[in-house]
Write a new protein. Structure first.
Length: 230
């Protein structure tokens, strides 16, 4: 006797669950400008303390501004004490804060029996003039926005002083200066970057002083990023 056959019914297709993407590893998170700034400050401190040579500092800065992820930043400070003290950049992304537009400033700075300081985010034209008579002028270019590839600064210091601070990735040239019972301390420096902005400084110091200081760890981030992306 034949056995009854069971009726075959159409079975629904098997549902294959899609994999749920997990969190991005901390090392693969994109580095922010704030993260790079923190690492640059740590490298500058290490250079000042003698933990890094000038060549090592320059090599790490180059790697710093090429880095795109947190994993690429981490090795730059791995052998520094600040890394273990918790000063290393956080793996948590930092919200981007819009920067205020660069300020437009007059091309002349004059200090007579007083002081004038220009710093922060300001636009630098092709020419600047600084005059200090029984006073002091401070020009800080470390966060300035360069509108021209070359800037000429003419300085006059009479019984006064003019200090010029520059980032370390620009070229500085002595445009010719005179010190009469004073000091004209402008040491030339050629940036390794072929298209770096050039600052040429000239003038005279009479019973006064003119000094240029390169700030370690300070770079023109906007200029550097534009160059790398171009």
């Amino acid at each position: 006797m034949d056995e009854p056959q069971l009726e075959k019914r159409d079975q629904p297709p098997a549902v294959i669950p899609r994999p749920v993407p997990g969190p991005v590893p901390a090392a693969q998170l994109r580095a922010s400008d704030a993260d790079r700034d923190r690492v640059a400050d740590m490298l500058g401190d290490a250079l000042a303390e003698g933990r890094l040579t000038t060549e090592e500092h320059a090599e790490r800065l180059d790697a710093l501004y090429r880095a795109k992820t947190m994993g690429e930043l981490e090795p730059l400070t791995r052998d520094l004490p600040a890394h273990y003290a918790g000063a290393a950049p956080s793996a948590r992304p930092v919200p981007m804060t819009p920067q205020a537009p660069a300020r437009a400033e007059p091309p002349a700075l004059v200090a007579i029996f007083g002081g004038v300081t220009r710093k922060g985010r300001w636009r630098v034209g092709s020419e600047l003039r600084a005059v200090a008579v029984f006073g002091g002028v401070e020009i800080d270019l470390t966060e300035a926005v360069f509108e021209h590839p070359e800037v000429v600064i003419n300085v006059t210091a009479i019984f006064g002083g003019v200090d010029i601070k520059v980032p370390e990735n620009i070229t500085v040239r002595n445009g010719g200066g005179t010190g009469i019972f004073g000091g004209f301390d402008v040491k030339g420096y050629e940036s390794p970057e072929p298209d770096a902005p050039v600052v040429q400084i000239g003038g005279a110091a009479v019973f006064g002083g003119i000094e240029v200081k390169r700030k370690k760890g300070k770079r023109l981030r906007e200029w550097a990023r534009k160059r790398l992306e171009g």
